[in-house]
Design a protein around this ligand. Structure first.
Ligand code: SAM
Length: 235
């Protein structure tokens, strides 16, 4: 499995600090409060990177599963966990998130700065998959670049800020280049009721947003099992 973050991975959180100050890190942890997370809650963090959010979730007593394709990122995450008290619970999975087929299983699923890695079609496939992994009544959280708002000048600057980051990751990690996704509208369109939105400013702009919602209806898993059966039959 190719590690697309082999070279930039070790520097990822350091570069985030340069690019967004503390606002990126704060955005990742925005919804991880004692009101939203109870001890023993099962939390899935997709594309966890260095795991700042995973550490906060574990500190709140959650039973955390992190999934990432990049070994480099997971080594950095493990080093970060090693600096914390050893009783933090984290299950580290080195895999493609689509291979995690624990449907209707998690009290909270978090996708921080993760969905923006993919082009629009594949992003939607991953989003549907992550929503399936969330329990009915569970929380779904996305923290990422803010959807542009304000006057045309402000929107243009926000877009320029995103495309600069997108180009860096296109050349270093082969990430997709696309318009900024409107995660709030995407979540609503998938039956997630929005509970809370927090904005993070940097350089006088609204740069990052964390959105949390509740999954109101259980996923229809019939498609999944029939797809699986078809795959098994053709294997
Ligand atoms: C832009 S980084 C974000 C890391 C972290 N969530 C953060 O906020 O700092 C995207 C991460 O997603 C991981 N990733 C990309 N595609 C993946 C996939 N299909 N399954 C699991 N992880 C994936 C990458 O290895 C990388 O660590």
């Amino acid at each position: 499995m190719k590690d697309k973050y082999k070279y930039i991975g070790p520097l990822y959180d350091f570069l985030s600090s340069i690019y967004g100050g503390e606002s990126i890190h704060n955005c990742k942890r925005a919804m991880l409060t004692s009101e939203n997370v109870k001890a023993g809650d099962k939390i899935l963090i997709a594309g966890a990177g260095h795991g700042k959010d995973a550490i906060r979730a574990a500190e709140l007593g959650a039973d955390v599963t992190v999934v990432d394709l990049s070994e480099t990122m997971l080594i950095k995450l493990q080093q970060a966990f090693d600096k914390h008290p050893k009783d933090l619970k984290v299950n580290v999975v080195h895999a493609d998130i689509l291979k995690v087929e624990e449907y209707e299983h998690y009290d909270m699923v978090i996708a921080n700065f993760f969905l923006n890695v993919f082009d629009a079609d594949f992003m939607e496939t991953i989003l549907n998959h992550l929503i399936k992994c969330t329990k009915k009544g569970g929380k779904f959280v996305i923290g990422d670049f803010a959807f542009p708002s304000g006057n045309p000048v402000s929107k243009t600057i926000q877009k320029g800020y995103w495309y600069t980051a997108a180009l860096i990751f296109y050349f270093t990690s082969d990430n997709a280049i696309h318009e900024i996704y409107n995660y709030t509208e995407l979540m609503k369109s998938k039956g997630i009721e929005i509970d809370d939105t927090k904005h993070y400013r940097y350089l006088g702009m609204n740069c990052y947003t964390s959105v949390m919602g509740t999954k109101l209806v259980a996923s229809d898993l019939a498609t999944t099992s029939s797809t699986k059966k078809t795959e098994e039959a053709t294997a």
